[in-house]
Design a protein around this ligand. Sequence first.
Ligand code: PAF
Length: 287
Amino acid sequence: MSVPVVCTTIDEVRARLDAERGAGRTIGFVPTMGYLHDGHASLVRAARGECDVVVVSIFVNPLQFAPTEDLAAYPRDLERDLGVIAGAGGDVVFHPSVDEMYPHRVATTVSVAGVGERFEGASRPTHFAGVATVVAKLFAIVGPCRAYFGEKDFQQLCVVRRMAADLSLPVTVVGAPIVREPDGLAMSSRNVYLSDADRAAAPALYRALRAGRDLIVGGERDRARVEAAMASVVADEPLVELDYVAAVDAATLGSVDRLAGEVRLLIAGRVGRPRLLDNIGVTVPPG
Ligand code: PAF
């Protein structure tokens, strides 16, 4: 296990990765906001398995936090993160300051219409423009690469894919499966905020998704009935305040009354302090 090289400036990381590409090596990129868990480690391992050089960015991006959201309280632990990255096979860490990334007031932003507007986009209206802007900037800094994103933030993955395609960026966006705790809770940096009681209640989100999937696999095609069944699972858990459940087309995140093809079941809810997200994919059986 070797210690990753830490670059704090854009020039430094760019020069290093350009030299690697110049020597014929491929780059795998894992963008993160730090406070890494096993889900992030699985992205680094996936990049390690497919690319010659693995770079991980750690940057808590102020643009994706609304003024009402507590940016300063976002958890950070660089030393621990470097250990996780080393253990999973990362080679380079890009850890810029806010001034390095945004030396001037930001005048140019990227927003993705359609796929970024519903669900998380409706609850957090400035969030995806903040994500798309920083990811476009990171892609410009890292250059041609395969970039790995967790499916846990499924709408974010769709927004990033669309942004990279629309802007013809030389990046292959790769979605990686959600990593779950043994009781099904999707791993998230926000899980640290759960009290013991909330932690015990939180797997209701995944139970709801499984109930929806089982209904579809059992023959149900009516979107509204699937969504109602998922909501009723959460209603049995008083500590979870449901924000939305949805059964949508997996590619566009659009609603369809009759479910067909590749469907994504999405759920979001507040469990005590944190707002948690989860989702699963279902291939609707023909007939
Ligand atoms: O998913 C995250 O951690 C962030 O939204 C990302 C993609 C690193 C952009 O800041």
